[in-house]
Design a protein around this ligand. Structure first.
Ligand code: MD3
Ligand code: FE
Length: 202
């Protein structure tokens, strides 16, 4: 991948650490259930489900649009604390002095997708985003700073970690498709993606 600041750590988490991460995610889901976000204005439902842990969580709905907030949109409770293992992963790979404030948890059933977008709801755009893939394979695309820029495609597999820093932080990207039956990590199949983010400039 030739985009500045993009690092694909292929197979970074071994099978045992992947299972440990899944248990940590299940602990978060018990307190902060997956919900289905909506597109701003149209209210069109996302094809994927989401939740968060950490002090802030990314949410989207018809009336409020894309934003970070300290509580779950359905339960009204604060997001569960970020597991220590996620903070340690960030410290190991992000190369950024301050800890992540948000961990967005995306759940993809087989066949679901996430359209091309730029992550730009964070006040702190100089910090990288760290992504962790768990479960079934995903076809990922990343392009440039303009939607029409040429895109590269690659498969993200369970245990892969991607660090999006530098110019790649402002690149269009998305998930074309999740391929069912490619991993045994999740008993019911599908894919979980974690994105660790810095939100504020404080
Ligand atoms: C490139 N998630 O949550 S992870 C997202 O697999 C998101 O769920 C995808 O895009 C997923 O916003 C892709 C890899 C990723 C994450 C953040 C990025 C790539 C990125 C930010 C900037 C550029
Ligand atoms: Fe994104």
């Amino acid at each position: 991948m030739m985009i500045d600041g993009f690092r694909h750590l292929d197979g970074y988490l071994d099978a045992e650490r992947q299972r440990a991460y899944v248990q940590l995610v299940r602990g978060v889901l018990a307190k902060a259930p997956l919900y289905r976000p909506q597109m701003p204005r149209s209210g069109k439902p996302f094809s994927i489900l989401m939740t968060n842990c950490g002090g802030l969580g990314w949410v989207s709905d018809k009336d409020g649009g894309y934003r970070y907030q300290p509580h779950h949109p359905a339960t009204g409770r604060p997001w569960p604390a970020m597991p220590r293992a996620f903070l340690e992963l960030w410290a190991d790979v992000a190369g950024w002095p301050a800890p992540p404030e948000a961990c967005l948890i995306n759940f993809y059933a087989a066949g679901t997708r996430l359209g091309s977008h730029v992550d730009c709801d964070e006040a702190e755009m100089r910090a990288p985003v760290v992504s962790v893939s768990l479960g079934d394979d995903a076809i990922f695309h990343v392009g440039g700073s303009k939607r029409a820029d040429r895109k590269s495609r690659m498969t993200l597999r369970s245990g892969d970690v991607v660090v999006l820093g530098g110019a790649s932080r402002r690149a269009y990207h998305g998930i074309d498709r999740v391929i069912g039956g490619t991993s045994n990590l999740l008993a019911d199949g599908g894919r979980i993606n974690l994105t660790l983010r810095r939100v504020t400039t404080a």
